[in-house]
Design a protein around this ligand. Structure first.
Ligand code: PAF
Length: 281
C-alpha cells in the first residue's frame, strides 16, 4: 500500500493506474477510522480495481468554536486498517498541501445546506464541498463512497457532483452500528461511560419513529414529537434538531411520502452526535 503526502505523488500514481485501464474507487475520510469507514473501503474494493483512501482533518469544515484541534487522530492505526481492508493508496496531506496561501475559491450548494446541520454549522458544508471537490480533482475516481450516517452531506455532494458535472458515481453506504445501536462515529471517542450509555437514545428514538412510519403514520408533526419525547427522557441529551425532510432536496415535507430522511442531532454532554434513517414511504 502506498502512502502519499503530496498531490503530485497521487496524480502520478493515478495516471499510471489509468494507463493500465484500472478503475478507481475513492473513500474520503478525516481519519480515526472505524468499521463504518472499513465498510466503505470494502465496498470500494469490490467495485473497483484500485482503492484510494484520503485521511485529512479538513480545517475549512470546522467552525471557529468547534473541535478541529481535539478531533481524534491515529494515523498509525488508520494505516493498519486501510492495509488490512485492501486499500491501495492512502493520501495523507497536511493543510498546507491542500490549501495554498492566497486560495480564495469557495463552493456553495444553495438550499440543501441551510437546514439540519447547516443551521447550527453554517460554514460546515462549504468546507466539505470545497475539500471534496479538490480531492475529486486530485484523485479522479470513477466512484466515491460516503456513509449514510452523514445523510445531508451525501445529499449535498450528490447535488454538487450533478451541478458541477463531475464524472463520478457517488455511492451511499448504510450506517454501521455498535451492538447496542449507536451509530459508529469517530466522535464517539469523546463520550465518557455515562454519556456512552446515554448516546443509545438517538437510535432508540429513531427506531420507534421508523416503526410508527412503517405502521402507516404520515403526519410529520406526530412522528417528530414522538422522537423528541423519547430523547427528552434522557437527562444527558440536549436536542439540536429532530427533522423530517425530502432526502434528495433536504426540503421540509408536508407529509411522510416519497424518499424521506428522518434525522436527529443531539448533544450528549458536550459531544454533538447525529443519526438518521432514510425510508421510502
Ligand atoms: O465525512 C467526512 O469524514 C468528511 O466530511 C469528508 C467527506 C472526508 C470531507 O472532509
Amino acid at each position: 500500500m502506498i502512502i502519499a503526502n503530496t498531490i503530485k505523488e497521487v496524480r502520478l500514481q493515478i495516471k499510471a493506474w489509468m494507463k493500465e485501464g484500472k478503475s478507481i474507487g475513492f473513500v474520503p475520510t478525516m481519519g480515526f477510522l472505524h468499521e463504518g469507514h472499513q465498510s466503505l473501503i470494502e465496498r470500494a474494493k469490490k467495485e473497483n480495481d484500485k482503492v484510494v483512501v484520503s485521511v485529512f482533518v479538513n480545517p475549512t469544515q470546522f467552525g471557529p468554536t468547534e473541535d478541529l484541534e481535539s478531533y481524534p487522530r491515529d494515523f498509525e492505526k488508520d494505516t493498519m486498517l486501510c492495509e488490512m481492508t485492501g486499500a491501495d493508496l492512502i493520501f495523507h496531506p497536511d493543510a498546507k498541501e491542500m490549501y495554498e496561501k492566497g486560495a480564495s475559491t469557495l463552493i456553495h450548494v444553495e438550499g440543501l445546506t441551510n437546514a439540519l446541520c447547516g443551521k447550527s454549522r453554517p460554514t460546515h458544508f462549504g468546507g466539505v464541498c470545497l475539500v471534496v471537490s479538490k480531492l475529486f480533482h486530485i484523485v479522479s475516481p470513477d466512484r466515491a463512497y460516503f456513509g449514510e450516517k452523514d445523510a445531508q452531506q451525501l445529499a449535498v455532494i450528490k447535488r454538487m457532483v450533478k451541478d458541477l458535472n463531475f464524472d463520478i458515481e457517488i455511492v451511499g453506504c448504510p450506517i454501521i452500528r455498535e451492538v447496542d445501536g449507536l451509530a459508529k462515529s469517530s466522535r464517539n471517542a469523546y463520550l465518557n461511560t455515562q454519556e456512552r450509555a446515554a448516546a443509545t437514545i438517538l437510535n432508540k428514538a429513531l427506531t420507534k419513529g421508523k416503526e410508527t412510519i412503517l405502521a402507516g403514520e404520515t403526519n410529520v408533526v406526530k412522528v417528530k414529537n414522538e422522537i423528541t419525547e423519547i430523547i427528552c427522557k434522557e437527562p444527558l441529551a440536549k436536542i439540536d434538531y429532530v427533522e423530517i425532510v425530502d432526502f434528495d432536496t433536504i426540503a421540509p415535507v408536508k407529509s411522510i411520502k416519497g424518499n424521506i430522511l428522518v434525522a436527529v442531532a443531539v448533544f450528549i454532554g458536550k459531544t454533538r452526535l447525529i443519526d438518521n434513517f432514510i425510508i421510502q414511504a
